[in-house]
Design a protein around this ligand. Structure first.
Ligand SMILES: Cc1cc2nc3c(=O)[nH]c(=O)nc-3n(C[C@H](O)[C@H](O)[C@H](O)COP(=O)(O)O)c2cc1C
Length: 223
């Protein structure tokens, strides 16, 4: 039976993350399509200081799904370290393992995840695995806050359809070329940014700061 390991690679500590939720959704949908899935929490594994069991599990399976947030238009350093250690320890694959990724970002445009998807593509080449496709998800936070809202319906359907495509691809012996899938939430951009700014102002107040202090540039040298 073909199995998949899902890496939840949000660096968030002890709080709910979009990557965690996407990992659970992928596990549920892939399992329902006959692909058993286990989730590895990258942060917890790295902080436990022993990655052996996780690396062995990753090496054994037919497919790997790497789920992470976009950090500074790339992947979080924590995940880079984890994948570098994995590549160094277990080297290249001797069986054709398939690799998929989901990158979610704060900005509404899902295409800005493309470069980070390329990094996973390059990692796959490095370990001799077969990169199949990536999913770029814009306005990631919306999945946690408003998954059931009517304006999320189309995005959630595309996500579900893409999980089904992944299940079929894992099962198949063929390797047809597949394109990355970019999912945009159908929500007015200006309203989204208004909501985001409101959230930052609220956080500043909770931390005893004035709104103008959000614009401080503490490391800029005065001329
Ligand atoms: C340090 C840091 C850097 C970020 N960089 C970007 C970025 O370059 N572009 C973007 O759209 N969102 C960026 N974000 C927002 C996250 O990608 C977004 O909040 C995401 O939904 C978090 O996912 P998670 O809950 O799985 O950790 C950044 C967030 C943090 C904390």
């Amino acid at each position: 039976m073909k199995k998949i390991i899902i890496l939840n690679a949000s660096p968030k500590n002890n709080e709910k993350s979009v990557s965690g939720l996407l990992s659970l959704m992928a596990k549920e949908q892939l399992s329902s399509k006959g692909i058993p899935a286990d989730i590895i929490d990258v942060r917890k594994t790295l902080t436990s200081k022993d990655c052996t069991a996780a690396f062995n599990a990753m090496h054994e399976v037919h497919a790997m799904l790497i789920v992470f947030p976009l950090y500074f238009f790339c992947m979080p350093g924590m995940l880079t370290r984890f994948l570098e250690d994995y590549a160094a320890l277990l080297g290249s694959q001797d069986k054709p393992q398939k690799v998929y990724t989901i990158v979610n970002c704060g900005f509404p445009e899902p295409e800005i995840n493309e470069e980070a998807i390329h990094v996973i593509q390059s990692f796959s080449r490095h370990i001799n695995a077969l990169f199949r496709f990536g999913i770029g998800f814009g306005s990631g936070g919306m999945i946690m806050g408003a998954k059931e809202a009517p304006f999320m319906k189309k995005a959630m359907k595309t996500l579900n359809d893409t999980f089904n495509l992944m299940a079929d691809d894992i099962r198949s012996e063929q390797l047809p070329p597949l394109k990355n899938v970019y999912i945009k939430v159908g929500f007015p951009r200006r309203l989204y940014f208004f909501g985001g700014s409101f959230g930052w102002r609220k956080l500043a107040k909770q931390n005893g700061l004035k709104t103008c202090e959000l614009y401080r540039k503490p490391y800029q040298t005065k001329s």
